[in-house]
Design a protein around this ligand. Sequence first.
Ligand SMILES: [Fe+2]
Length: 485
Amino acid sequence: MPQEGGTQDGARPTQAGSFAAGFENLEQEVSVDRLAVEGTFPEWLSGTLLRTAPCNCDLGRQTVCHWFDGLAMLHKFRFAAGQISYANRFLHSDAFVGAEKTGGVTMRSFATDPCGTLFQRVLSKFTAKWTDNCNVNVITLADQTMALTETRLPVVFDPETLQTLGHYKILPDVKGDITVAHPHYDSERNCLYSYLLQLGMKSCYRLFSIDRHSGAQRVVAELRTDRPAYMHSFGMSRRHLVLVEFPLVVNPLSFIFRFQPFIRNYRWRPERGLRFHVFEKEGGRRVKTVEAEAAFSFHHVNAYEREDELVVDFVAHPDAAIIDQLDLAPLRAGKPINPGGRPVRYRIPLGASATVRVESLSDTRLELPRFNYAQVAGKSYRIFWGAGTHRPGNFIDSIVKVDVERGQTLTWWEEDAYPGEPVFVPQPDAAGEDAGVLLSVVLDARRNRSFLLVLDAADLAEIARAECPHPIPFGFHGNYFAAGD
Ligand SMILES: [Fe+2]
């Protein structure tokens, strides 16, 4: 049911329809040739939605502490001739294999210590590898399909069978341990951009590119830092790459001397403010660094040059408290949460000025933003979509369309339904920025079953839904790959 306007007041969900159901394990692996469908898929919708998600948090002897540490499962929805098939399969990463063998975490993870005795846990600080539990995003690169997390170990898989094939190799010249699962594609330069953080006595952000076809890798720019920030994504315009250092920072030595899981080493230091580092894609020169008041973000939306300024949009949280709110135990208990992310625009001067202007794009609370990437990535744009919080205290429970020029929002929601990230699929040969559909995996908590929802991206009217054979735990990201691409 699409509605004009922002969020509305309402009661917290009852336990029967609680979002807590989205954090239970999914053990079942299936392959279903044809899902039951209500409605009619557009004839032009021919391709595959591939997603990864944390789907198993109870490993046997150990339950992970944080949603982000659940073992990755791949989900495949294939559209063809008005029908849809579905399959899911665990990603057989080293983290998965280790968990199968030991019943616990065996690698350095986001917020969960490796299992074992106290001595083994301390020892693991020095010996355990960073995790390859790629439960965050799925991309294609140089004819390979891979799942990503925030380490330099993408896991390649077969997009037909979902069979795990091994690690994608980032070359030794591109040094670093921590990265983002949100690389950018540059269609003009035919390359992917990302960055790695090299941790140590002399820590360094290292922006790099990978040729989309040949896979050739190249360091674009480097920036030394004494207190690396936790950054889940970064910005890209046509000419620039933008690292935004949020003041959630770490003393690199704490990884050695503090016996804490990865994110627990970071500290919120609002006095540092925001630091925007702007780099030229061509040549890698750092154009400037400017500051603004403290905020935290997981997800950039878009960025673009406009006259003598750089527009950088992201979903801003007032602080980093959202990370702790996503600890597994309170989520599984269905405790109310307070997701405070709202889309904000930062206007970075490209000339001599150092004054950053800040504008609200909407008061609607949302996350997981997507836009018409093929058409407007790095360019002036008007529309994006996200997964919103319709009822205060609730988890993500709606899909939101935001018109950033007019400041208008449109919301889809349904009682006891919890949608995931809305993936925009452009209609071929259609010019409009919002001409296409949104695909979202929705958990019907009342029925404990998920469905794949197809909305008209322009007005959020429902086009069709396909019934999944089981409830699919909440996930983060995925992408649609058109047939023949
Ligand atoms: Fe993300």
